[in-house]
Write a protein that binds this ligand. Structure first.
Ligand code: SF4
Ligand code: SF4
Length: 382
């Protein structure tokens, strides 16, 4: 499966098109007609989340998120812009790697034998609007894990089926939250690759950068005009400004050796005194992929379901091996999260597991900040 869409427009700014705001509905309709289920950002329960998108009026026009450690709220700004916010609690992860799903059934046959049946996804392919650069970077990591046999394992057919035809409409980020640091990890705020289309939002419409042949087929039918040099310069300036406004950063892009040299640092104990071991950080993290599996048996013994659910390195059961809990306390669990995410991830995937989305900071109920913890631990000599 080629998950890195390439196309003639992406690398050539002169081939960006201008799409008036009114044509966004035509794009949604064209993708629906092409057999996709459109998904886009909407306001629900006080947060911006991905849901089925049928009409442009459902997008969060004039809404902006305000994020701080342990805090998220949205407020109305009155602008016509629909993507003037940073991110919500979800990335693309739940759309591809379901929080809970039945992988297969085992059914007892009349002759007493067992028949096994996989339950592969049957849904329409998704077209996702509003994807951020950090989430595209996270998707590339998840692709490595689930479909490119990163550890000699097999391709995951559940993820691969959903990923195969997924159509991605990125929107370059001009409103980073205070918790964002994608510039520090090199993953944003401008989407560089892995999209079908990337939009730069303006008050009067969008600049559209085409990233795949299938996107070009749709855009060609819409009769868009070429963007002006001035429009392109403004778009580039807007994401450059976003970069400048980010105040958080990690102390380096490869902290593997620094972290593993400090496994006995007293800060692990200090952070453990605050950490609730709730696992929120791993749930919202777009790159975390740990899961557990269990069987649900029918009471008459005729059928069982094999279920996969998201798990977290913060749970007790996650490190239980042959009755022994390898990481019995919050200190060792937090240390596992950080040393894997920012350290041994490099051995597995050739890069850090953090794309700087800031979600683990915002959605941590006690506001633990990965950039602060990594900085303190790596700053001092062991
Ligand atoms: S570790 Fe935190 S900031 Fe980094 S990708 Fe995961 S949720 Fe985002
Ligand atoms: S760091 Fe925060 S979100 Fe993560 S387990 Fe601890 S308390 Fe929960």
């Amino acid at each position: 499966m080629d998950t890195t869409q390439t196309g003639p427009y992406r690398t050539s700014p002169s081939l960006r098109s201008f799409m008036p705001r009114v044509l966004l509905q035509a794009l949604i309709d064209a993708l629906n007609d092409a057999g996709f289920r459109c998904v886009g950002p909407k306001v629900r329960d006080g947060a911006i989340v991905y849901e089925t998108l049928r009409d442009v009026s459902e997008l969060p026009a004039g809404m902006q998120d305000v994020q701080e450690p342990g805090r998220y709220r949205i407020e109305s700004t009155g602008t016509p812009r629909m993507f003037a916010w940073a991110n919500g609690p979800q990335a693309l992860k739940p759309l591809l790697f379901a929080p809970s799903e039945v992988l297969w059934y085992a059914r007892r046959q009349a002759d007493g034998s067992l028949a096994f049946e996989a339950d592969l996804p049957q849904e329409k392919p998704l077209a996702v609007f509003g994807v951020r650069a950090c989430d595209l970077a996270a998707l590339a990591i998840q692709d490595q894990h689930f479909t490119q046999q990163a550890h000699g394992a097999c391709t995951d057919p559940y993820y691969a089926k959903r990923r195969e035809e997924m159509f991605l409409i990125a929107v370059n980020c001009t409103h980073p939250a205070s918790t964002c640091f994608c510039a520090s990890t090199g993953d944003g705020p401008r989407a560089q690759q892995g999209f079908d289309m990337a939009l730069d939002e303006r008050d009067d419409g969008f600049l559209v950068t085409c990233g795949s042949e299938r996107a070009r087929a749709i855009l060609d039918r819409m009769g868009l005009v070429q963007a002006s040099g001035e429009q392109i310069d403004e778009a580039m300036r807007a994401t450059d400004d976003a970069t400048q406004r980010m105040t958080r950063s990690l102390p380096g892009r490869n902290l593997r050796d620094a972290l593993f040299a400090r496994l006995d640092h007293p800060r692990w104990e200090e952070v453990a005194e605050r950490c609730l071991s709730c696992g929120n950080c791993t749930s919202v993290c777009p790159t975390c992929f740990c899961h557990s599996e269990h069987d649900l048996q029918q009471i008459d013994g005729m059928q069982s379901q094999h279920v996969r659910e998201w798990d977290s390195c913060f749970t007790r059961g996650h490190s239980q091996i042959h009755g022994l809990t390898v990481r019995p306390d919050t200190r060792t669990r937090y240390r596992q999260w950080l040393t894997h995410k920012l350290g041994s991830w490099h051995d597995q995937f050739g890069r850090s597991g953090c794309v700087g989305c800031g979600r683990c900071i915002t959605w941590c109920p006690v506001g633990i900040d990965i950039t602060e913890e990594a900085t303190v631990i790596c700053r001092e000599q062991p």
